[in-house]
Design a binder for this molecule. Structure first.
Ligand code: GLC
Length: 422
């Protein structure tokens, strides 16, 4: 049984491998996605470290001169996906989107380096230090204003949590009146009740049009874009990644960069404070235009542990949420609070469990000595995959698979994490 699942997981990665880069799943997502590739690399590392390294190298092949790394790389046109390269009109060396995604690369590269004995692969990993540093600098320059210290996203897709209720209030201010007709392709591959709504999509398209009209001028988008929300997930992820990059700097002889990186850690820690909402007693996202907190407890809120963030009092409040939510659902960790009216157990980031987020949450809990919680996240993840295969996401109530199937990052997480030794 175990061997069968391991082989199936490996087969998914090999099938979705399009030659140095891996698509999240064929059909629904036929290109290279930023954070998907990084998680996928951790899966490949279990049986082919050189291929793992290649996955991250191909991601950075699309890096722009200003350090930015796009969220999608379009190596060829696929009419099955909207919005494709002709709509984005972005990219420097390769056609790409003009927005980014959660910066998990530094953390993964550090792990790959620590676990590979192959010196040739190690050298290639070390060569990634500078490109990752440039990407982190891009974030600090354009997306982490001194005024708040948190990572500001300019499109919900940047968060990786596309239709989370965290974006609803801020997205309501986006003008969709100029959006022309377009055809969604995602609905040909997944049920409509598992996908974002038409209104969500109109807003996504309006924001792409806004960025495109600036010629993908990141400074202009960061200061004048219609959607600028400090994202709790991105902030926790970048804070952790910054510390991992410091460890890499130490290990690879880049000690000259450490003071700069430490100043970024200080700024991001201020951002964590900015994201604390004393009314809901949680870390959550916050609209930088209106100052309003979302007030929601999402799976991203629990990344505080992964970021080693929060005061003892804040952590105690998060523990109360953990106990409340874990008694409400069968499978942890739902992407949205099950006690909130907007919770929808099958609709994408409004309820379903995402294995990559579980993976990061479990790392954080383990590091904080919260072993029981980490064990629960891991065993629930394992059960969902055993019962329902390598889905994109899973219902926290009955583990039913939602979205696409044969998903690369779910398979990768099985190999690298929750399927190990099961
Ligand atoms: C969806 C997810 C995003 C992911 C992408 C490809 O847009 O919300 O996190 O990167 O699909 O799998």
């Amino acid at each position: 049984m175990q061997q069968g699942i391991d082989q199936a997981a490996r087969h998914i990665l090999e099938t979705n491998d399009k030659g140095g880069f891996t698509v999240p799943t064929s059909g629904l997502y036929p290109y290279q996605w930023n954070w998907d590739s990084v998680f996928v690399a951790l899966g490949f590392a279990q049986f082919d470290p050189a291929r793992a390294c290649r996955e991250i190298e191909t991601l950075f092949e699309a890096q722009w001169d200003d350090g930015f790394v796009p969220h999608i790389i379009f190596r060829r046109d696929d009419p099955d996906y909207f919005p494709g390269p002709s709509f984005w009109q972005a990219g420097a060396k390769l056609p790409s989107s003009g927005i980014t995604q959660p910066p998990v690369a530094a953390t993964a590269i550090r792990m790959l380096r620590d676990t590979t004995a192959d010196t040739a692969v190690r050298e290639r990993i070390d060569a990634l230090f500078k490109p990752v540093l440039e990407w982190h600098r891009w974030f600090m320059r354009y997306r982490v204003p001194e005024s708040c210290g948190a990572v500001v996203i300019t499109h919900p897709w940047e968060s990786g949590r596309d239709n989370s209720p965290e974006w609803d209030a801020a997205a309501a201010n986006i003008d969709v009146s100029q959006v022309g007709p377009y055809t969604r392709r995602d609905l040909a591959h997944a049920d409509a009740d598992m996908r974002p709504t038409k209104l969500d999509y109109d807003r996504y398209v309006a924001l792409v049009e806004f960025g495109r009209d600036t010629g993908w001028d990141h400074g202009a988008i960061a200061t004048g874009g219609p959607f600028r929300v400090a994202d709790v997930g991105m902030t926790m992820i970048l804070l952790r990644a910054m510390r991992d990059l410091i460890a890499l700097a130490e290990a690879t002889g880049h000690s000259d960069d450490i003071d700069e990186l430490e100043s970024y850690v200080v700024r991001l820690n201020r951002g964590v404070e900015y994201l604390w909402n004393a009314e809901s007693d949680t870390f959550c996202s916050r609209d930088t235009i209106t100052g309003a907190h979302s007030g929601f407890v999402t799976s991203a809120s629990f990344l505080y542990a992964y970021a080693d963030a929060g005061t003892p009092e804040q952590r105690a409040k998060m523990a109360a949420h953990w106990h409340r939510i874990s008694s409400r659902v069968e499978y942890m960790v739902p992407s949205h609070d099950p006690d909130d009216v907007l919770f929808d157990h099958r609709r994408y980031w409004r309820g379903p469990v995402w294995i990559v987020v579980n993976y990061m949450i479990a790392i954080g809990f383990r590091e904080q000595g919260l072993d029981d919680w980490a064990d629960r996240v891991r065993s629930d993840s394992q059960r969902m995959i055993r019962e329902h295969g390598f889905s994109e996401a899973f219902s926290p109530l009955d583990a039913g698979g939602t979205g696409g199937t044969n998903f690369s990052w779910t398979a990768a997480m099985w190999l690298a994490w929750c399927g190990q030794g099961s």
